[in-house]
Design a protein around this ligand. Structure first.
Ligand code: G3I
Length: 332
């Protein structure tokens, strides 16, 4: 019998997930069916961010987030909550607050949001993208006003609001050994010595197969392994949270690009399965049609996910299934 990706993931005791555009749930039946058939974990692409939940200072809007959590419950899927604090995308009203008011607002936000979904979220991205490529804290009103201590405070608040959710720090561009991951490692290690409740690290894995043309080079797998292993040695759970290799600028025909993409997905999956603390791999979107790469970046012909614009499985899908132990013949 042909097994789905979800069944292969269950067999390996890991999660395979996708970032969901909640506006499409139910409206696009194929998208929704694909999601519940092939994945056992979901993460909201935007529904749990401040710009959705907090359009104004005193307004909380949980409609979209509730919809996804109910969908996951109905379909027995795990949920990653994304994200509680991301300096670069705080709403304008937040950025105008005084440091004291920012602290108060963060506290109110974490208590209310984490509290609402208590017991229903497998893992929260408590802190998102705190660093820049040079290994410094990324510039934001939050970092200028409150400073790096917002990170520790947010983890402690989240733990109090839901002791059962695993608390993650999720980073862009830190999947391999580089200045960003070195800083990430140093900060997390120090925080753990102070008993800050960080329980996992998320590596986003937004990369490009077309390097050096793109700004997000494909990582060297050995460097990713070495990096993941140093975090795993700290006792942390490891997730790949937002995988979506851009292929538009890669060399070769479209077919060749799809093969390269599939090799990358397969190699990453095989590698992480060797790391006992690895628990989840999520792609950033459900299919190529609605990927942020195709819609927000100007990559109209890009195809970064495991399913194409018509929800058909691509070579990358089969490569991941094969890495999970599926007895499939694949020439890539
Ligand atoms: O919904 C409004 C719409 O009403 C309005 O007309 C339109 C005009 O700009 O904006 C729409 O909201 C946009 C939203 O996506 C929903 O489509 C926001 O402007 C836009 O900023 C937002 O972009 C999201 C981005 O994060 C910033 O939050 C992308 O969809 C989302 O894919 C992207 O995801 C991030 C992860 O959270 C963190 N890591 C990187 C990753 C990719 O950038």
């Amino acid at each position: 019998m042909i097994k789905t990706l979800r069944e292969e993931a269950d067999k390996n005791n890991i999660f395979i997930g996708a970032a969901v555009n909640t506006n499409l749930l139910d409206k696009d039946r194929d998208y929704t069916n694909l999601l519940k058939t092939e994945f056992n974990m979901v993460v909201p692409e935007n529904a749990m961010k401040w710009h959705t939940l907090r359009p104004e200072k005193d307004v909380f809007d949980f409609v979209q987030a509730d919809k996804l959590v109910s969908f996951a419950e109905e379909n027995k899927m795990a949920v990653r909550g994304h994200t509680l604090v991301w300096g670069a995308t705080m709403p304008d009203w937040f950025n105008k607050l005084s440091p004291g008011e920012m602290n108060k607002s963060l506290e109110e936000h974490i208590n209310k949001v984490v509290g609402r979904y208590k017991g229903k979220i497998y893992a929260w991205d408590v802190v998102n993208e705190a660093f820049d490529d040079s290994g410094e804290y990324a510039d934001s009103h939050l970092i200028k006003s409150v400073g790096p201590k917002y990170t520790e405070k947010s983890f402690r608040l989240a733990k109090k609001a839901d002791p059962t959710a695993r608390l993650f720090w999720n980073e862009w561009g830190a999947d391999r050994i580089n200045k960003r991951s070195d800083k990430f490692y140093k900060i997390v290690k120090t925080a753990l010595l102070k008993n800050v409740p960080i329980e996992g690290v998320g590596f986003q894995m937004h990369t490009g197969l077309g390097w050096p043309k793109t700004t997000t080079p494909l990582p060297d797998i050995d460097s990713v392994r070495e990096n993941f292993e140093r975090f795993a040695k700290l006792g942390l759970e490891i997730h790949i949270t937002e995988m979506d290799p851009q292929i538009e600028e890669a060399e070769g025909s479209f077919e060749e690009k799809l093969k390269k993409e599939a090799r990358f997905y397969g190699d990453i999956m095989s590698m992480v399965l060797q790391i006992p603390q690895f628990k989840a791999l999520l792609q950033w979107g459900v299919n190529d049609k609605y990927s942020w790469v195709s819609t927000w970046l100007t990559h109209k012909d890009d195809a970064p996910l495991m399913f194409d614009k018509d929800n058909k499985p691509k070579l990358a899908y089969y490569a991941v299934k094969k890495a999970l132990g599926n007895n499939i013949k694949l020439h890539i």
